[in-house]
Design a protein around this ligand. Structure first.
Ligand SMILES: NC(=O)c1ccc[n+]([C@@H]2O[C@H](COP(=O)([O-])OP(=O)(O)OC[C@H]3O[C@@H](n4cnc5c(N)ncnc54)[C@H](O)[C@@H]3O)[C@@H](O)[C@H]2O)c1
Length: 347
């Protein structure tokens, strides 16, 4: 096969802003054949706007027309739709998080294996130029054995006031499952998938509960707000690594910042911006990299990796087992916060 037929399931914000434009730019290898959404009017509109031939109301009808699908629905439906698509013989790219529970993730992995289809998750932070550089630096052992990782995915007063982000039933949580998951995924990938041993977590839901909210990303109802808006965690791994993790949509801090730094035996690195910290020739030695203009955006690289992998010309960068580990950590952080006790992983 030299050309992949793709369908899009759930054609809201992320489908229209990232997935569809990216696949459209790869028209040499992929053809967007069909969309499906429970909102028929939206499905019709999106199909017309992006010149996609079919708009279906049932995803079973879409599966018959395509080789692969991208799933861009709220989190609650990721697993059931992915399993149905895999059983129908389609490869699947699914938005993040992989699913709300690790049980659902396992069902997706089992369906992919049973049907010999590819399954990947849209953890697109991995495809940014900074993350790619950091991965190369880690693979070339620029920092030696990693010891301590610090992750901060922090926004000041930016609860997403649109879409389903604050709907616990549809999304399974707030800042952690929506935003923190990206940085957890990126950190685990850079660290070569360490096995978690123990997780202590605390999920807060206080900042957004007060009236007269000052919020830069639209309005939301503080009375019904019931998801986490600030989360902290301490995670240890079987190879001796430890991670200090924090994420927030709404913290009372000076400004937004996304930090991922890894301190190792022989050096350290920071991803945003990419910098290396070493000690050599009797001096403290810092290096930085200039990201060149015209680097393709992460959404495009993600789409290309998925399409090329389905066509047998590349290997998936985000493996489902890796994405499931992110969900396991998210579950453990929420559980630890509820019980006030750490969660221990047993092999
Ligand atoms: N990778 C990222 O950075 C990123 C950014 C935003 C959203 N997302 C993820 O993308 C997914 C969708 O988010 P969004 O912001 O596009 O939401 P959205 O509300 O804008 O769009 C979701 C669409 O799915 C449709 N839908 C709902 N249930 C469905 C079902 N059962 N079957 C078919 N269609 C259904 C809705 O009608 C809507 O059109 C979520 O999982 C979210 O976490 C990822």
């Amino acid at each position: 096969m030299t050309h992949l037929k793709m369908g899009v399931i759930g054609v809201g914000g992320i489908a229209q802003d990232r997935h569809i434009p990216s696949f459209k730019r790869l028209s040499d290898t992929v053809e967007l054949t069909a969309v499906q959404d429970v909102n028929q009017e939206r499905a019709q509109e999106v199909a017309k706007r992006f010149e996609i031939p079919h708009a279906f109301s049932e995803y079973e009808d879409l599966f018959k027309q395509v080789d692969a699908v991208t799933i861009c629905t709220p989190n609650k439906f990721h697993s059931s739709i992915a399993v149905a698509a895999l059983e129908a013989g389609c490869h699947v790219l699914c938005e993040k998080p992989m699913a709300i529970t690790s049980k659902e993730c396992q069902e997706m992995i089992d369906a992919a294996e049973r049907n010999d289809r590819l399954l990947s998750i849209a953890y697109h932070f991995r495809y940014s130029p900074e993350a790619q550089l950091a991965k190369k630096a880690m693979d070339h052992e620029e920092i030696g054995d990693p010891l301590v990782t610090r992750v901060q995915a922090m926004r000041r007063r930016k609860v997403p006031g649109w879409g389903v982000f604050t709907n616990k039933d549809l999304q399974g949580g707030g800042s952690l499952i929506d935003f923190g998951c990206h940085l957890l995924d990126l950190a685990l990938w850079l660290l070569d998938d360490p096995e978690p041993v123990e997780v202590m977590g605390k999920a807060y839901n206080r900042l957004s509960k007060t009236p007269d909210q000052v919020n830069d990303w639209g309005a939301f109802d503080h009375e019904t707000f019931n998801v986490d808006d600030h989360v902290t965690s301490y995670i240890t791994f079987s190879n001796g690594l430890s991670m200090q993790f924090e994420c927030s949509w709404a913290a009372n801090i000076k400004e937004d910042h996304t930090t991922l730094s890894i301190s190792g035996v022989d050096g350290g690195l920071s991803v945003y911006p990419f910098e290396l910290y070493q000690a050599k020739y009797g001096a403290l030695w810092d290096s930085s990299a200039k990201i060149r203009e015209g680097e393709p955006d992460a959404g495009l690289v993600q789409a290309k990796n998925f399409v090329d992998s389905c066509l047998g010309q590349d290997e998936l960068i985000v493996k489902p087992e890796q994405a499931m580990k992110v969900t396991q950590l998210i579950e453990a952080i929420y559980k630890s916060s509820e019980t006030g006790k750490s969660v221990t992983f047993t092999k």
